[in-house]
Design a protein around this ligand. Structure first.
Ligand code: CP
Length: 336
């Protein structure tokens, strides 16, 4: 049975097929792929785009989405194997996954890391446990990666640039008042590298390197395409000639769980907001962000409000790529 936990498990051709189908759905193709089926949407964290686009998309495919708000509407959940459950958790994911599998045909999960212990959280324990114990496909709605966002980003990029191979993709760290999840940054370099773009990462300091798992995967993907993969702290070198600028803020992993120590490094990036001066160094680049986004902190108003900004298109594309992926998973599970 196929899950959609990370794009690392899916080949470029398979992902391109999903993107092609998403374009057809966006152009008006109809589908009843989820007729008579239900999907549980389990949220451990807030959402605007993900919840709305999944609920609407499932309905458009003829199915039913059941939202479970795990912060208030379900039992606190344990996911450690062998845990002695004498704390807050009332339910183990083993039972939750098995029971939901009796009711619904797929389970989608949003569960951000707790920002306490990266060595444990880098194993993505909750969604991994769900995928082990459920008997239906599991979809990642953002954990330590955000694969649905990756697809939406690539769809927007292909719509704008056509063939993206050999174009230059810049992932720039941007300011934010507090450390954020690395999921979208991990995903951005996975996807851009898988599709053969030259990938540059701009960070205020080397401490903002992403987990080596994603740095290595992206470097290997780039090498397989004959593309380059670079990390730099030099703003001008990063922006010069870029075809796409992707803005994201994230916390530095060496300070995970002890964030006070990160403050001096975060301050080094105080001038990293995407603005017109930086964009003028690019190859007339497009710019995007996964949203939500703090205006005039991450990206300046006059860039967000310019034709170069793809963030709204990318957000719309969440609907189409998720429908295409749910279709693919439904098709796969019917052939078992
Ligand atoms: N980009 C994204 O996942 O948006 P939400 O957090 O609003 O779902």
């Amino acid at each position: 049975m196929r899950h959609f936990l990370t794009t690392e498990d899916w080949g470029q051709d398979e992902l391109q097929a999903v993107l092609d189908r998403a374009r057809a759905l966006k152009a008006g193709a109809s589908s009843s792929a989820l007729e008579g089926k239900s999907v549980a949407l389990v949220f451990f964290n807030p959402s605007l785009r993900t919840r709305t686009s999944f609920e609407i998309g499932i309905a458009q495919l003829g199915g039913r989405g059941i939202v479970l708000d795990a912060r208030s509407g379900t039992w606190p959940m344990e996911f450690e194997p062998g845990a002695v459950m004498d704390g807050d958790a009332e339910e183990h994911v083993i039972e939750a996954a098995r029971v939901l599998s009796r009711y619904v045909d797929m389970i989608a999960i949003r569960c951000f890391p707790k920002f306490e212990n990266w060595e444990a959280e880098r194993e993505d324990p909750l969604i991994t446990a769900f995928s082990r114990h459920a008997s239906v496909p599991i979809v990642n709605m953002e954990t330590i990666v955000h694969p649905c966002q990756e697809l939406a980003m690539m769809m927007a990029l292909q719509e704008k640039l056509g063939d993206v191979k050999d174009k230059t993709f810049l992932l720039t760290w941007v300011p934010h008042p507090r450390p954020l999840n690395t999921a979208v940054a991990n995903s951005a370099i996975l996807m851009a590298s898988k599709f053969g773009l030259n990938v540059r990462m701009l960070v205020p300091d080397e401490v903002y390197r992403l987990d080596e798992r994603y740095m290595s995967a992206a470097a290997e993907n780039c090498a397989a395409h004959g593309a380059s993969f670079d990390l730099t702290t030099d703003v001008e070198a990063a922006y010069r000639g870029a075809d796409m600028v992707y803005a994201k803020s994230w916390g530095a992993l060496p300070f995970y769980g002890q964030w006070d120590g990160e403050a001096p490094y975060r301050a080094k990036g105080s001038g990293f907001m995407v603005d017109e001066a930086k964009m003028s160094m690019t190859n007339n680049a497009v710019v995007s962000h996964c949203l939500p986004m703090r205006r005039n902190v991450k990206i300046a108003d006059n860039v967000v409000d310019s034709p170069a900004f793809l963030g709204i298109e990318e957000a719309e594309n969440r609907l189409h790529v998720q429908k295409a992926m749910l279709e693919a998973l439904a098709r796969d599970s019917e052939t078992i």
